[in-house]
Design a protein around this ligand. Structure first.
Ligand SMILES: Cc1cc2nc3c(=O)[nH]c(=O)nc-3n(C[C@H](O)[C@H](O)[C@H](O)COP(=O)(O)OP(=O)(O)OC[C@H]3O[C@@H](n4cnc5c(N)ncnc54)[C@H](O)[C@@H]3O)c2cc1C
Length: 467
């Protein structure tokens, strides 16, 4: 379906709804620097009614619309390069926390609310909203839901989808879907919420969400642990899961390369453990008051030491040290960005196969170029690794642009052979479209095209993304 660039008349009609701004550079770039966008204008509506009016104009004139949240997406979903130029629809002025129903453990927020502001609002109500990512100071809940974001607490609380009870959204023709009920149970036909979550703005614009919040764990223990191998890390996870069940909120695998990159890029950190072990785990456990967690946590690590599941462990002694341990993990993506990745892979495989995947991945990369550096880290408990390949120190990634595709295909083929996913939490965007066509299930792709055609027959929603 051919789209149009908005002409003067369309821009004037849009301007009567909300001012049309010239797109500044910030809206046209993305964190990895792979795409540079183009747009005919940026709209920053204030409410759902304005978005509905905008969509009616754009649909009638077949003008593309790119929903824009915090701009932290890592697969180019928020940045459109092609012609005809579309309209960027930014949710930044819709950032209110509409309601907190503490006794229902529910809050209702505008889609443009920054994730960190939502976390703070929940804390003020003595609850937590557990979605947590290194980009939480900039990303918006609308973007989190559109990409079904994961982050560090999925093990205990699930991903963005699992944290959302309901949505309000504007469909491509301007229809408003009001599904903000705060009901854990609601089996009344097709679940539009589940369809819009993870759709990356290709089926509609999320304008508000009903989110689950949780009682705040009072006793929290955080430890940095030296494990001999990924298999030992897995043994340690099983050991701790047997003792703490789903009170383990995070279990992050970290390779020495991540700490080396922090040092190389000047992102200071206090070494949590003696030396710089090859493999480490950052674990967080949280329970209610008077659970005796501190002693139980220490005992379980002592038992793990005796069972050879760990070499050494540093338990954070206070809140500041807990924060410092987490800063190390959360600064690794920034260090990665500064080094400049040749090819990054946000993959998942069945948890038990992670050690074999890491061994085989290392062999594959070394065969392509033994000097490449791999930073493999991520959410071990979810089977989700960020398996990223970097140039040798001092060499620019651009020198390897011609073999980026070979690296990526080799890793994704390996992932496929393990029955895994080539996109565990970042989505498809523009970057992984060809991979979806290659690895996606044929039946699923057929259904996705049919759904897109039914809801967006003019193809105006985020044109060129996902399918
Ligand atoms: C340092 C760093 C760390 C990160 N860590 C993680 C991580 O641990 N886990 C993880 O899952 N991701 C991670 N990400 C990726 C990114 O933060 C997430 O994808 C985030 O959910 C995107 O939110 P956003 O508001 O920035 O969306 P944007 O980047 O603005 O948009 C992302 C996609 O969502 C669409 N979209 C945005 N808002 C809406 C809306 N209201 N309605 C419909 N569609 C919309 C856009 O069109 C685009 O396709 C990280 C990114 C960075 C830079």
């Amino acid at each position: 379906m051919a789209l149009n660039e908005p002409d003067t008349e369309v821009l004037q009609r849009l301007g009567e709804i909300t001012p049309v701004h010239a797109p500044t550079a910030a809206y046209l770039k993305e964190p990895r620097g792979r795409y540079t966008g183009q747009a005919a204008g940026v709209l920053r509506p204030e409410n759902t009614a304005q978005i509905a009016a905008i969509m009616r104009v754009c649909n009638a004139h077949k003008v593309g619309v790119i929903p824009y949240g915090g701009g932290t997406g890592l697969v180019g979903g928020q940045v459109m390069e092609g012609i005809p130029r579309s309209i960027i629809l930014s949710l930044e002025r819709m950032h209110a926390v509409r309601d907190i129903h503490a006794s229902d453990n529910v809050m209702v927020v505008d889609a443009g609310a920054i994730l960190q502001d939502i976390q703070r609002a929940a804390e003020n109500a003595r609850r937590i909203f557990p979605l947590s990512l290194a980009s939480e100071g900039s990303c918006q809940i609308g973007g989190n839901l559109a990409t079904n974001a994961g982050g560090v607490n999925v093990l205990r609380y699930g991903n963005a989808r699992a944290l959302c009870l309901g949505l309000e959204a504007v469909l491509p023709d301007g229809t408003v879907f009001n599904g903000l009920k705060r009901l854990p149970k609601d089996n009344t036909g097709y679940d539009l919420r589940d369809l819009l979550i993870g759709a990356e703005g290709t089926l509609g614009i999320i304008t508000a969400a009903t989110l689950k919040i949780f009682p705040k764990p009072v006793d929290i223990e955080v430890a940095f642990i030296n494990v001999a191998t990924p298999q030992t890390a897995l043994d340690l996870l099983n050991h701790m899961a047997a003792r703490f069940g789903n009170n383990i909120s995070a279990f992050e695998l970290i390779h020495r390369q991540g700490l080396d990159f922090l040092a190389e890029t000047g992102l200071a950190f206090a070494a949590p453990l003696a030396g710089r072990p090859e493999w480490m785990v950052l674990v967080e456990c949280g329970m209610g008051a008077e659970s005796g967690l501190k002693e139980r946590f220490e005992d379980s690590l002592a038992e793990a030491f005796e069972g050879n599941f760990l070499q050494d462990a540093a338990i954070a002694q206070n809140l500041a040290q807990q924060r410092a341990f987490w800063d190390i993990r959360e600064n690794i993506p920034e260090a990665n960005r500064k080094i400049g990745v040749i090819s990054s892979h946000d993959i998942s495989v069945p948890v038990s196969t992670i050690p074999a995947f890491i061994t085989q991945g290392k062999q594959i990369v070394a065969k392509i170029n033994p000097a490449f550096r791999v930073n493999c880290f991520g959410h071990l408990g979810d089977g989700n690794l960020h398996y990223n390949v970097y140039p040798p120190q001092g060499v620019n990634r651009a020198e390897f642009d011609d073999i980026r595709g070979e690296i990526k295909d080799s890793i994704y083929d390996l992932v496929e052979s393990f029955g895994g996913s080539f996109s565990a939490e970042h989505g498809i965007g523009r970057m992984k479209k060809a991979d979806l066509a290659k690895y996606g299930d044929t039946g699923k792709l057929t259904a996705m095209r049919a759904i897109k055609q039914a809801l967006d027959p003019n193809g105006i929603m985020n044109p060129g993304a996902v399918i």
